[in-house]
Design a protein around this ligand. Structure first.
Ligand SMILES: Cc1cc2nc3c(=O)[nH]c(=O)nc-3n(C[C@H](O)[C@H](O)[C@H](O)COP(=O)(O)OP(=O)(O)OC[C@H]3O[C@@H](n4cnc5c(N)ncnc54)[C@H](O)[C@@H]3O)c2cc1C
Length: 450
């Protein structure tokens, strides 16, 4: 810890109004700093943002929490909104060989008929082993495909993990490191109280907007300057010292002087706005991160598609990877009796599907939806909204940890806190809250804030 006095009125700018940015701002404001939050779009919450719909709010991308998500739950307790959380049994399914299979309990796995009985046992035992494994280090150096083929066998890869990995990572699926899959399974294991128990997931009634609102209100009432529709186009350095941050320039030309800047945007976007003095080594780490984009069609439907909340699509002839029927989790009574259904896809940002209009994408998806529910008629859908996240999912390849850019950048006063640095866990709101708290602690340490 440095020995200089706390800096009076330290001005901290935060780029990005998602959960990492809002949490960092909240923590640093509590520590006495004057915070400025810049969000590119006209809405707070980033990937966890919600929009008004059917007299309530609903996330643009389906969201829930897991039992192990203690950082975000702790934050909700501190904000006095933890009573909004409801713990509800999840209903997970698998669409494979033209049929929906329940996929929640070990019994479901043991009756999953696309696999032979010995393969089902292998799937169950390897999943249990991974959920109980704590030393994940060796899993950094082997791909998920290699590990599964070796320990669970070809059929388990072909019928279960292969389609899921391809669904989430497309052409990059075979390069994904086993540590990523371990992180996912570990998390799911923690959401279950016993071997045969059902998985419970949590949802804040009224949507994640409840959390976003509570954070924004605390920030505003504490004197934070909150800027929506304010894209940062350049991070500025001192004129005589390019190795020291000086502020930001917003789209439109306005500049704001700052002592510290925390960037929470994805690595490729940081590479575009960072000062050249950040240096080649750091830049090459920023540029090395690959992301899969997410594209999600949110539909308001007159009827339900299935009994499943989270339906994984293993049939690769279907051009999407999942159907998340939110109202099989939070009942339709909360949404004027309508059914909220998300059709989700992860793909490369350059994939033609990523640029389609909601109507075009819907037409592309209709045959696949009909495979899942042959009764489905397009007239069921009363409203379609399309949302895209360019940096939907960082792709964890072999040796990923060596390429993670540091939180403290080579430019004094400039910090980075984004989903590429969440490791070995998979990204999620809980970890963005943790990241916001971690980056705040670093800044407090560096600037002697209390
Ligand atoms: C389809 C999908 C489903 C998900 N489901 C879940 C789930 O069920 N549970 C869960 O916990 N998590 C889920 N997540 C993940 C979770 O939403 C994210 O990990 C988390 O919200 C990321 O927060 P963040 O603040 O780190 O980043 P972001 O939310 O991406 O925030 C970064 C912000 O920076 C802004 N920005 C970018 N560039 C600039 C700029 N130049 N100037 C100003 N602002 C800028 C962006 O607009 C954005 O608001 C899901 C994500 C997706 C895509």
């Amino acid at each position: 810890m440095s020995d200089f006095k706390p800096q009076e009125g330290l001005k901290i700018g935060i780029i990005g109004g998602g959960y990492a940015g809002l949490t960092a701002a909240y923590e640093l404001q509590k520590a006495g700093a004057k915070v400025f939050v810049f969000e590119k779009y006209g809405i707070w919450g980033g990937q966890a943002a919600a929009i008004p719909l059917l007299d309530t709010y609903i996330e643009i991308f389906y969201h829930h929490l897991f039992a192990g998500d203690r950082h975000i739950i702790g934050l909700m307790e501190e904000l006095g909104i933890a009573d909004r959380l409801r713990w509800i049994d999840s209903k997970v399914g698998f669409f494979s060989h033209g049929k929906i299979f329940d996929f929640v309990t070990p019994i479901d796995i043991l009756t999953f008929s696309p696999l032979s009985l010995p393969d089902r046992l292998r799937l169950g035992l390897t999943s249990l082993y991974l959920q109980r494994l704590n030393n994940w280090k060796p899993l950094e150096e082997i791909t998920a495909k290699e590990w599964i083929l070796k320990h669970a066998g070809e059929a388990v890869y072909r019928e279960v993990w292969g389609p899921l990995l391809r669904g989430k990572f497309g052409d990059m699926a075979e390069q994904v490191a086993m540590v990523w899959l371990w992180g996912k399974l570990k998390l799911r294991g923690e959401s279950r109280k016993g071997l045969l128990a059902k998985e419970k997931l949590a949802y804040p009634m009224g949507s994640f907007q409840v959390i976003t609102d509570a954070l924004v209100r605390r920030l505003e009432s504490g004197g934070a300057e909150m800027f929506l529709n304010s894209e940062v186009e350049e991070i500025l350095t001192e004129s005589g010292n390019p190795k020291k941050v000086a502020g930001v320039r917003l789209r439109g030309g306005r500049t704001i002087d700052l002592d510290v800047v925390i960037a929470t945007l994805p690595n490729y976007a940081m590479a575009e706005i960072a000062p050249a003095s950040i240096g080649e080594e750091y830049l090459s780490k920023l540029k090395s991160t690959k992301y899969q984009a997410a594209i999600v069609l949110l539909m308001v439907s007159k009827r339900s598609l299935s009994h499943i909340y989270w339906l994984n699509i293993a049939d690769r002839s279907i051009p999407f990877v999942g159907i998340i029927e939110h109202t099989n989790y939070i009942p339709p009574e909360n949404y004027k009796g309508k059914h909220i259904i998300y059709v989700t896809n992860y793909l490369d940002r350059n994939d033609p599907l990523f640029r389609m209009s909601p109507e075009e994408l819907f037409l592309e998806y209709v045959p696949g939806i009909k495979k899942v529910n042959p009764e489905f008629e397009p007239e069921w859908i009363e409203k379609k909204l399309l949302f895209r996240a360019e940096a939907g999912q960082p792709v964890v390849t072999l040796g990923y940890s060596k390429r993670i850019p540091e939180h403290r950048t080579p430019v004094a006063g400039l910090y980075l806190a984004n989903t590429s640095q969440i490791y070995p866990e998979d990204r999620g709101t809980n970890y963005s809250v943790r990241l916001g708290q971690q980056i705040a602690r670093l800044v407090e340490e560096d600037y002697n804030l209390t």
